[in-house]
Design a protein around this ligand. Structure first.
Ligand SMILES: [Zn+2]
Length: 376
């Protein structure tokens, strides 16, 4: 796209990042968002302490909270994107609870039949959305018995593996599996960041919500049905209200999953596209610059880019643009700067393993999440 949008001619960095979008429509959308001409959710770049060539940012600091990597600006993150305003969580409260179920003021009903305890968890910072990638039959009246049997077998499996906090079945029923006070084994190696905080290995700080579904539908239709969308929205509202979860911390597994073995993002790829953020009352968080790339120099290979939908692809491109910009500004080559960021990640995960993070070692010893929306 050859034309320029009024208002950003004096910002070569912005134009550079805009060139990352090969699709002219996506590029225009990005420029409009970035210049605030069409966005209700403006990003603002914050300038933090500069990073000098030859100095490795030592982030292994002070009071360490498992999974939470603390204040980005005080640990040398060169630039941090921050959302100016965040919609407050809706007000939802519990109306009634019995041994078998709980009812909430927004109509949510939680089934407790499969609830199980696991190890205690720390804070409740966010939600990671998954698909179970389990066997699916067509949702047809004559298949009620088989659909219910398949759903119950899945729930039993999830219960045994302590794989998710919540499962939403094909009929939109919401099952509370792992107790809300405990950690579930849903996110594996994972990274997210928002505001001035970054999170590593989200099992200890994010809820896992799984839909009985497969991310890739043969006919390219919706991944989840209207009953699941409705139930997912009610559940999201309840969790955001009860735990004061910010909207920017409601993300999909594909956005957070990483493989430290080869330093690639997108190890698990469930919900790499088409998560209905809007229908859940959330902003389209696919647009956010991917934290694993931006903060820790993870790479995105061709299969992840291909699997990602357009918004997540733009989130990846935006993160790469920031990384590129920052490297040049701070006097690094891009590969050298990526090495610095990757070293930062390795130091943090080593500290998690060796220090206060015995829980993380437990995670690794017991495998990752049970969904198979990942690499073969
Ligand atoms: Zn998953």
């Amino acid at each position: 796209m050859g034309g320029r949008l009024k208002g950003f001619e004096a910002n070569p960095g912005l134009e550079w990042r805009a060139r990352l979008f090969l699709d002219p429509v996506a590029r225009l959308r990005y420029l409009r968002r970035a210049t605030g001409t069409a966005s209700r959710r403006p990003w603002v770049r914050m300038r933090c302490r500069p990073l000098r060539a030859g100095t490795v940012p030592l982030l292994l600091a002070l009071a360490w909270i498992p999974c939470v990597v603390s204040d980005a600006s005080t640990h040398g993150y060169p630039r941090v994107f921050r959302l100016l305003s965040s919609a407050p969580p809706p007000n939802v409260w519990q109306v009634e609870e019995t041994q078998g179920y709980a009812i909430f003021s927004n109509g949510l009903r939680l089934e407790n039949r499969f609830t199980v305890r696991n190890r205690p968890r720390g804070e409740s910072a966010g939600i990671v959305f998954h698909t179970t990638e389990s066997f699916q039959l067509p949702l047809e009246p004559g298949r009620n018995r088989a659909l219910k049997l398949i759903g119950e077998a899945l729930l039993e499996y999830v219960r045994q593996k302590r794989a998710y906090h919540f499962v939403i079945d094909r009929f939109g029923r919401v099952y509370r599996v792992v107790a809300e006070t405990d950690a579930a084994n849903h996110a594996g190696h994972s990274v997210w960041a928002s505001g001035r905080r970054a999170y590593i290995n989200l099992n200890e700080s994010f809820f896992g919500v799984a839909f009985e579904a497969q991310s890739q539908t043969p006919e390219g239709g919706p991944v989840i049905n209207p009953a699941q969308v409705y139930a997912g929205r009610m559940l999201t509202e309840m969790l955001r209200s009860r735990y004061r979860i910010p909207e920017e911390n409601c993300v999909t597994h594909a956005q957070v999953s990483v493989n430290p073995g080869n330093m690639r993002a997108g190890y698990h790829m469930d919900w790499a596209r088409a998560f209905p953020f809007r229908e859940f009352g959330l902003p389209d968080n696919y647009w956010r610059p991917l934290p694993s790339v931006r903060l820790f120099g993870f790479l995105c290979d061709a299969s992840f880019r291909q699997r990602a939908g357009a918004p997540l692809g733009e989130g990846i491109a935006l993160a790469e643009g920031i990384l590129h910009d920052t490297a040049l500004t701070e006097g690094f080559s891009v590969p050298a700067y990526r090495q610095v960021l990757q070293k930062r990640y390795r130091e943090m995960t080593t500290a998690l393993r060796n220090g206060s993070a015995s829980k993380e070692i437990w995670n690794e010893a017991n495998g990752e999440s049970s969904d198979t929306g990942d690499r073969p």
